[in-house]
Design a binder for this molecule. Structure first.
Ligand SMILES: *[C@@H]1O[C@H](CO)[C@@H](O)[C@H](O)[C@H]1NC(C)=O
Ligand SMILES: *[C@@H]1O[C@H](CO)[C@@H](O)[C@H](O)[C@H]1NC(C)=O
Ligand SMILES: *[C@@H]1O[C@H](CO)[C@@H](O)[C@H](O)[C@H]1NC(C)=O
Ligand SMILES: *[C@@H]1O[C@H](CO)[C@@H](O)[C@H](O)[C@H]1NC(C)=O
Ligand SMILES: *[C@@H]1O[C@H](CO)[C@@H](O)[C@H](O)[C@H]1NC(C)=O
Ligand SMILES: *[C@@H]1O[C@H](CO)[C@@H](O)[C@H](O)[C@H]1NC(C)=O
Length: 291
């Protein structure tokens, strides 16, 4: 059999290997003469040096042309997303399910809201707040000072959320039938939500399902207004102390105590009918008290 004939002993293989490593007949080391090894090493060293410097040059040029204070590519997000807290997800959408008579159940919701509001707590306020914030007017800060390229931010005191601030009622209404949810709009750099000077930017919630179970919807601040002085946002580097304005929505649940709601941020520059992004300009959630 041919294969058997080709089978070699271990000693022969070792000998082959030794000849591969150093072949005294033609003076090659691993198949190449030492001079060839030197040439090939030099070639690769030069090759990698050129590649590395090209790559570094490309990165340097890129970094040099990037403005650290503003994103270069902002074509994807034109209208901000809207979110709701407590952010407890069900199968697919936000489902805020609680049991007002079960302490463990409602304290989960209130802990979530406490954690969310913690950065807004007055004790953690930073220095660069409240500089010439005029309510109802965009806080435009276009002056450019190269070395201190920082902008001021208007503070958002928790007291604006009234009974939903967690101060008077640490349960946020989850121990009864008047739960609070908090609506937040995502930040977009240099975005002005409304160009119509007479229109207030506000949150409007509508009951999509279970209308009979919602007796009243109250907004804090009044009318669900997101004051213009919180816009525009200049980016984290320029405006590190920025806090998103919030709107708290307090529901008064009756009857079966469940409802499906849609909360929309209403402003002429915010669209909400994008079928590809259900969170653009609005958020839909269900809230249910198991009792
Ligand atoms: C709600 O909590 C109460 C008290 O713990 C309990 O008796 C009741 O069964 C709970 N309801 C539901 C639907 O889980
Ligand atoms: C507030 O506005 C006044 C007058 O417009 C100006 O002199 C002052 O520097 C401003 N303060 C800050 C902190 O921007
Ligand atoms: C704000 O901070 C104080 C003190 O740290 C704390 O007692 C209070 O519960 C906090 N408020 C909220 C809403 O988290
Ligand atoms: C819910 O909690 C608040 C604040 O702790 C309290 O004033 C209120 O009586 C509680 N309500 C019920 C129904 O337990
Ligand atoms: C501006 O807003 C007001 C009040 O909401 C509205 O009546 C008016 O039509 C708006 N104008 C434009 C140009 O959108
Ligand atoms: C909220 O939107 C609904 C439907 O678009 C409208 O009927 C209602 O008047 C609005 N409410 C407020 C306070 O803007």
């Amino acid at each position: 059999m041919a294969t058997l004939k080709e089978k070699r002993t271990c000693g022969q293989r070792c000998e082959d290997f030794r000849r591969f490593v150093w072949n005294p007949d033609n003076g090659t080391l691993m198949g190449r003469t030492p001079e060839k090894w030197v040439y090939i090493s030099l070639y690769y060293a030069a090759f990698y040096a050129v590649m590395t410097s090209l790559f570094s040059l490309a990165i340097w040029v890129l970094m040099y042309t990037l403005d650290p204070y503003a994103p270069d590519y902002q074509d994807r997000l034109q209208s901000p997303g809207v979110m709701v807290w407590p952010d407890s997800y069900g199968e697919e959408e936000v489902e805020i399910t609680y049991n007002s008579s079960d302490r463990a159940s409602w304290s989960k919701m209130s802990t979530c809201l406490h954690n969310f509001l913690e950065p807004y707590n007055a004790s953690t306020l930073q220095e660069d707040y409240d500089h010439n914030c005029t309510k109802g007017k965009y806080f435009i800060q276009n002056h450019f000072t190269p070395h201190t390229h920082t902008k001021k931010s208007c503070s958002f005191p928790l007291s604006l959320l009234g009974p939903c601030s967690g101060v008077q009622d640490p349960t946020f209404g989850y121990n009864c039938t008047m739960p609070c949810v908090i609506i937040k709009m995502n930040r977009i750099i240099n975005f002005l939500p409304s160009l119509n000077s007479s229109q207030e930017i506000h949150v409007n919630c509508t009951v999509l399902d279970g209308k009979d179970n919602v007796k009243k919807i109250k907004y804090f601040p009044e009318m669900g207004i997101l004051d213009k002085s919180y816009f525009p946002y200049y980016g984290n580097l320029a405006q590190s102390g920025y806090q998103n304005p919030l709107v708290a929505v307090r529901l008064d649940l009756v009857g079966e105590q469940w409802a499906k709601l849609q909360c929309r941020v209403v402003a002429d520059q915010i669209s909400y009918q994008n079928v590809h992004d259900p969170y653009e300009g609005k958020v839909i959630f269900t809230i249910k008290n198991l009792k």
